[in-house]
Design a protein around this ligand. Sequence first.
Ligand code: HSE
Length: 440
Amino acid sequence: MADALKVGIAGLGTVGASLVKIITARTDELAVTCGRAIEITAVSARDRSRDRGVDLSNIAWFDCPETMAAEADIDVFVELIGGAEGAASKAVSTALSRGLHVVTANKALLARHGVELSVIAEEKGVLLNFEAAVAGGIPVIKALRESLTGNKVSRVYGIMNGTCNYILTRMEKEGLTFEECLKEAQRLGYAEADPTFDIEGNDTAHKLAILTTLAFGTKIAADEIYLEGISNISIQDIEAAADLGYRIKLLGVAQKTETGIEQRVHPTMVPRDSVIAQVDGVTNAVAIESDILGELLMVGPGAGGDATASAVLGDIADIAKSRPGEQRVPVLGTPAKALAPYVRARMRSHEGGYFIRLTVADRTGVFASVASRMAENNISLESIVQRANPSVQTSDSKTIILVTHATTEESVRNAVSAIKAESYLVGEPQVIRIERPKAF
Ligand code: HSE
């Protein structure tokens, strides 16, 4: 049997501790599957004294991850620290420059520095694997990077943040408040260190930027994403969506259009009978539409220690099974130096259906005025209803809910601005885009 693959793990939080436990418990099986043993020879974390429920006594300890990357007796540097800059970024660059393989779950780092890190890995002939960075345990990186080679992708979209999906599901099914659900997601280890990254959509945006590059062969463009989080979604929206036959999910969508590639992250209404609408809790789902295969939908655990550690372990096993110097596939699917520039499609040109919820003064003519502002902007309506909702309205206001046929973002923004200029509007209008899966 070949020499053991020596692994150093930087970051011993929820995922790191799970990974140590799994590798330790499955040493013999992994050695058989990979054709060589996988041995943890070094670890690095902030607090040495913390009890993580794992035995680290025979493993070299490093207080500083960069020092571990530079000096430890390892073949693979596993980065589970997180964050786009600072310790994670320095340690990964150091490891790659030293000719070590790297496995990372760090979507923020890849979204920001993925291309430059891939250039180093490709020059050094080492692997930079990051399956765990997108959609937790779902093997979407491998699917896009390897299995769909030769396909022309037209759209990739999905539920990629377990925390948001967990919050939306529990709000809908159990009537809990946003804050209660978020607290629970934090307790279960789903949320980011700063949970605003989850709920404001940044985490999904980082993951989407990576998928866009793999799907379309363009440079990573994390700053070119239209971004809206879920903090503005009320129980009233969730109930209205249900009445109309939809559910609300935070989706990341990358789509090829005539003018470029649209990248957007926003709360989205999806038809209730679609598969993605039924993906609940911390579960993630990613759909890929391409010309040869058609639509592929992958559903699975999107966050949490074991799900993420499973993907990290798969990446480590890939390295254990590879021959020295072998790079079967480029890090980002296309060689990093051959990635095309990203061309952004304007959000204003986005086409689709829209849900618009307005709270208005209960006066004669308001309904007609709203319908006129829509017609003036060439928006065709699928439905328009006025409803009373005593729990959220004062006696002299009413809710009007519109669902449009396919139109443009530009038309909707213009119509909403025109309505805002009228005197009857109470509070901010709510606008939620509708996304229709093709096959499922
Ligand atoms: N905070 C992330 C989530 C963790 O909730 O999905 C997995 O990337």
